[in-house]
Write a protein that binds this ligand. Structure first.
Ligand code: MF3
Ligand code: CO
Length: 250
């Protein structure tokens, strides 16, 4: 598959999708509390998308059943919302969602601490993962490479003693959720695909407090850390412009 370059008009459309994703995520963030189930979060998001008239990007994608992925604690990504999964004080939950508006996708994720009793080491995992995403985004400009982006993410994570998940990567995005190229959260500077003006990519570091290895549970979706350590995930949809990175999901 080839990389699909977007016109400024198409990027404007993707900005709208990105804004709606942001709005949904902020609403869900406010609904995160001890005692809420991950299905409660799903319902908040689904109702908001319906109200706005945005089509959920995840529901039905390869048979995925929900509009959100909600991944708690040692769950890395693709946790399925459930009434049985009730959040507790001190948990962390990754909320990942996407929408389609006028044919164009937006995709973003945040990880949120539940309540006020979050352990300092857990807070550090969240802060470092967000910082690693920001560091990757700072590399984005025409002529930079995906290796520059991945290396920037990886350096921030590993300097703090955490590890980068290899089995899942970011991706091109546009009129499909997943387009070329793949966007790893690791790499070597100067290597890999060169970024060009008009590319739009989702950068989404998944960072484990312990070892990088993950496994997928028998539900066929939920990825967890093999060592049971906590995992965090942040994602933005980012356009490559002559001026550098434009974050479409903020
Ligand atoms: N942000 C994730 C991704 O880009 C979420 C996809 S979940 C799925 O892969 F359900 F849609 F597969
Ligand atoms: Co994504």
């Amino acid at each position: 598959m080839a990389i699909i370059i977007k016109t400024p008009q198409e990027i404007e459309k993707m900005r709208r999708s990105g804004q709606v994703v942001r709005e949904v995520l902020e609403l869900v963030r406010q609904a995160v509390r001890a005692g809420a189930s991950t299905l409660d979060l799903e319902n908040v998001a689904a109702a908001k998308m319906k109200e706005i008239g945005a089509k959920p990007a995840f529901k039905g994608y390869r048979g995925y059943p929900c509009v959100l992925c909600t991944s708690v604690n040692e769950e890395v990504v693709h946790g399925i919302p459930s009434a049985e999964r009730v959040l507790r004080d001190g948990d962390i939950v990754s909320i990942d969602t996407g929408v389609i508006i006028d044919g164009y996708y937006g995709d973003s994720a945040i990880t949120v601490a539940v309540g006020s009793k979050v352990a300092p080491q857990t807070q550090r995992l969240l802060d470092v993962t967000r910082a690693s995403l920001e560091s990757g985004i700072r590399e984005v400009r025409p002529g930079a490479t995906l290796g520059d982006v991945g290396a920037a993410v990886q350096e921030v994570v590993e300097a703090e003693g955490f590890s980068v998940v290899r089995e899942f990567v970011g991706h091109g995005i546009g009129t499909r959720l997943h387009e070329d190229p793949q966007v790893p959260n690791y790499g070597r500077r100067g290597q890999g695909q060169k970024l060009r003006e008009g590319m739009v990519i989702a950068i989404e570091p998944m960072v484990n407090a312990g070892r990088p290895d993950v496994q997928v549970l028998s539900d066929g979706w939920t990825a967890v850390t093999q060592d049971g350590s906590l995992s965090a995930h942040f994602e933005h949809t980012v356009a490559v412009t002559a001026e550098g990175a434009v974050i479409l999901t903020q």
